[in-house]
Each structure stands twice: as C-alpha cells, then as structure tokens.
Design a protein around this ligand. Sequence first.
Ligand SMILES: *Cc1c(COP(=O)(O)O)cnc(C)c1O
Length: 707
Amino acid sequence: MPSPSLAAPHALALSRLEALAGNLWWCWGDPDGAWLRESAAHGGNPRRMLRALRAEGGALSAYLDRHAEDLARAHRAFEDYMSPAARAAAWHARAGAPCGEGARGPEVAYFCAEFGLHESVAIYSGGLGILAGDHVKSASDLALPFVGVGLLYRNGYVQQRLDAAGYQQSEHLTYDFDDYPLTPALDAHGAPVLVEVPVLGDRCVARVWRLAVGRVEVLLLDADHDGNPPALRAITAKLYGGDSVTRAQQELLLGVGGVRALRALGYAPTTFHLNEGHSSFLSLERLREEVAAGRKREEALARVRATSVFTTHTPVEAGHDRFDPDLAWRALSWLAEPLGLTRDALLALGRWPDERDPGALFNMTLLALHTCAHLNGVAALHGEVSREMFARFWDVDPAAAPITHVTNGVHAPTWQEPAVRALLRLGLGGAGAEREGGDPAWARIHELPDEALWGARAAARARLLTLAHQREAARRARLGLPAWGSRLDPHALTIGFARRFATYKRAALIFSELDRLVRLLERAPGPVQLLFSGKAHPADEGGKALARAVYEASEHPALRGRVLLVEDYDMEVGRAMVRGADVWLNNPRRPKEASGTSGMKVAMSGGLNLSILDGWWPEGFNGLNGWAIGEPKDYADEATQDREDADSLYSLLEREVIPAFFERDEAGLPRRWLRMVKESIATCTPGFHSDRQVRDYARLLYAQARG
Ligand SMILES: *Cc1c(COP(=O)(O)O)cnc(C)c1O
C-alpha cells in the first residue's frame, strides 16, 4: 500500500515499483533497468531494496524522484508482457493450445524440490533447480497454462566458505520471506490456505505461498509457522539437509501437500509433471483421490499413469532417493486402508516388479515408473543410458524400454551475454536470439561484425575478473589473510570450470599431470588462466576433497595467480562465469553427466566448449563449434579413462585451443576463433534454448498426457 504521506506522483511511482518488485519478471525482462541498479547493495533484490528505502527517512521519496521515468518505462514493459494480447500472441496460443485452454486454471502442474529463479530467492541448490527455474520462465514466455509446485526453505541450501587452507565450510543462512515476491495463497473465502499432510505419524500443517514468475506462478509449501510444533516446523528448513526421515517428510509435503494445495485453490490440472523422483508421492495422493471418488484401484492407477510425466535426471545411483522399507511404511501406512493395499503391496510400488527381497529399499524413481506412463531422460545419450538402467522394469531389451528424451535447454534471456543478445537483435532482426532452429536468419550470423563481437567478449571477461577479484578479496578480508598478490589478466585466454563438485565431474582432472600443465602454460604464446567455482554437498567428502585439490593447485608456486577457486558458486557467479569465460571445460566421467547445462549458457554467450562427449554435447558438437575431449567409448576401469581423457585434454589445449585463441590478424582480431564463436552461438542458441525444451515437453509429452 502506498503510504498516505507521499505526494501523488510519488504514490504512482511507488505503486509501479511495488508491482515490479512483486513479480520475478524483472530478472529476465528488465535485468539492466536503471531502477534495479540500486538493488545491487541489497543482494540484487528489489523487494529488499524497497524495504530498506522505507526504513530510512526520505530515502524512498528521493529514490522515486531519481527513477520516476525509468519506473514508468519498466512498468509499461511489464504490463505489456502481462497483457491478454501478448499472451494470445505467445507460442502456446499460436500452436493451437497443445496443453489445453486453461479454462479451469493451469493445465500443467510441475513439481520440483527446488527452483533456481534468481540468487535472491534461495530455494535452489544446483543444476536441477536451475533447470526448473528456466522451465518456469519459458513456460511464462510461451504462455503455457502452467503452475509450479515446490517447497519454501527457511535456510535454503548451503553457503560455501573456503577456509585459509581451502577446506569447504558449509553454512546455512536464515532467509526472510518478506524479501521474496510472495503472497499468501487465499481460499475462496479469503482465508489463508493451509494444507494438512500426514508425516510419519504426525500431521504437519503447511502454509501455501504464491511466487509470481511472469505470467505463471510457483506454489511453495512452508511448514515453518505457529501451527506446527518445532520438530515439524523444521521440515522445510534445509534443502537436501537432514537425514532420511527429514527427506521423507519433505517429500510427503511436496508430493501430497502439493496436490492438496492445488485442490485448495480450486485448480484441476490435467497433466502432472514429476521433475525428478522427489515428488513421486504425489501419484499416491492422486491415486487416493481417484479411489475416494469411487473408481476401482486398477482404473484409478491407469488414470493417474495416463496423465503423469516423469523426468529422470541422473544415471548416478546416489541421485535416486531410496528409503528403508520401515521408514517407507511409516511414511505411507495411512494410505493402506483407503487404497486397500497391504504393506507389501504398497511397498511394491517403490520396487522392481520382479523384486524378491522383502527388505529391498523403497525407490522414488521406481514409484514414478509404476505411476507415470510418460517418461523421459534429459539428452539423447541420457535417454539411452536410462533405457539400459530401467529396461528390467518392463523385462524388455533396452531399446524397447518406453523412455524417450527431451534434451535440456537454458533460458537465454536469463543467461546469455546481453551484448551478444543485442548483436543478434540487430544482425538477425525479428525475435533475435529467440528465433527458432531452422530459421534461415541464423545463416546471417557470419555477417556479425568481428570487432563488436570481440569487444563484447572482452567486456564480459573483464566483468568476470572483477567479480572473481571481489569474492577473493572478501574471503581474504574475512579470514584476515593478506590481500591476494595476483591480478587476473584481462587479455588472457580464460578457461572456466564451474559446477557442483561431485566426484564424477573430475574437477581436478586438468591438474592430474601438473608438470605437463605447467609446461604447456609456459610455452603458450600468450597468457592463459583458469577460474573454478563449485560447491560440494556438505555430506560429500569426495566432493569436498576435490574443492580442496583445486585450491591446492591454485596455491602451487608455478600456478599462483593463474588459477583461482571462486567461493560460493551461485547464480550470480554462474552468470558471470558462463558469460565471461572464453573456454568452458567440462570433463565428467562419461556417461555419468545426464545433460549439463552450463556449457549451453557459455555457447550462447560466445565462449567455446571443450568437453567430453557426454550429456548434451554429442548433440551440440558439430566439429566447428568447439572441441570434443577423448573418445566416446566404454571403459572397463576408471583409471584408464581418467588417464586417456587427461591426455586428450592436454593435447587439445596445446595443439588447438591455445593456438587458435592467440592467432591474430593485423587488427589484433582472432578471426578463426571468432568464426568458431559465431558457429557456436548460431547452433547452440536455438537448439539449447529452454523455449525449445518447453515446446518439446508441451508437444511430445504434456499433449499426450492430458486427462
Ligand atoms: C547452469 C548452472 C548449473 C548447472 O550446470 P551444469 O552444467 O549442469 O553443472 C548449476 N549451478 C548454477 C549456479 C548454474 O548457473
């Protein structure tokens, strides 16, 4: 509410600011707006900025004076985006509404344990969440009748602190939900929606919040309120924190509570999308609903299956949630009577159909396979690997397993270097970077002026180095260490590596033959530097050891000043890294990387991928737009694989990557390099845009799964 003491023009400007700050549209719709710039001092969060301005006498009026015009401009752009006319002109309506008309509210309900929308909303941890956030943003841009469902975490995911010896310390902050663009969900009578969920013998009451993301919303369940005893309030404290009991409680809240939240709002989605197995319990709640409505169990299951999409996200075993059978029974026993199922029959829904062991774990992925008819992996190779992993479920040959794939994408308006976007707008015209693949306009990419593109690359690299210096300076100041004596070089070939420090991603592979690396760098025709960033799960000692190994390399006398581990990988560091790196190093142990998406962000921004042919890269690489490390073959032992991949990496760097970067013409431009960059932008932007991904889901999966 505008405060009464403000003069009329201020009241208008304030109402605009409130509207803008109340919807995350700004984070991709107007990221460079002048009105937003002052939020930098408030974690890049305009809601927090507004609260701070209000708390300081006169500050708000002065801010509104400074930005009245820009607020009017930004607000007009927001209103345009939200208008019925723009919605009608967006892809979903133009494509004949493949997901339905949305007459009874959103048709597609998308469940995920995390959503990475902006660094100021700490309800994500890594790749899965970022992917979900990008999916939501594209659903908004394409105007799908869509709603997300997730959990609101009081302490979010861990913040990474590197101590003086490079050991990762994992800290949890407490977040203030008033800083988030949330509104309480209200029922038909205007009362706050509360849903009750049975959690291991207790009844947890969760509040439901609406998070506004452009034209769509994400419903978030929150257990942290007075209606619950302390133990239950803590259920939504930490993302992927706690033990398996907490995990089961969270997943009951997400799956069962999520369905109940949709019902309390009067929504009747026709399609349910389980994005990873954390939300699989939602199928059991839907089964219960169908049986309670009078259907026979078999028929009810058939209906649930026909209307459910399940996406699996990793071939790594530990990534699939499993519960001890006693814990699973405690979580699900309340369903036995309404579903007419014995303990064994209920637990069988989370096991292989041919399982003989009565002590077998209850697996959330297998529960999804039992209850969803529409299944997919997240890249072509991952589809293949998933068919092999799960063919046993249907007792068929892998090729016949009913799992397809939709290759992941990234939300270009969020991730792509803005200067490259501007060049594409000018050079291609029309929708610019949002032009679809196959559009002949992409052929004009090679007409983009090299000078402008190289200038944009240099500016993005410089911004990355500034952020890296700032984070390192802050860390040293906190620890009382002397200032970092080195300066990163704004003209150096800058190699980036940022991802979760899971062991299969082999963050330290490039240091496996240290002498060879040092020699290679010394013989290079120009300076080369390496920037790393990444967190390990606090319980993953192997991952933390990798962070430490990278840190140690950065302290090695021959590498000091040329290698830096940037603390606390989040979306802010991620944005700077994927935009500013010249080369993106990706060396997972094939075929463990389901997709990977950071390399897509890099390719769109004008960096080049140097990657193992794993995840998305076999689909992205065309021989002209980056490099492929190693051979795409099966290895019997990991040591051989590591050695051969490292060997390939070093020789590619030495013979191809470094020479191409430093080969300059009279104007000082690396023409050959820039040809590759253009090829990479033109192939990867349309092919790996989350708009393409969401269109694929809508056409290939949601449209088939409509109830
Ligand atoms: C893109 C992104 C990821 C996922 O990238 P991967 O290539 O899958 O590792 C994770 N975290 C952040 C902050 C990102 O921006």
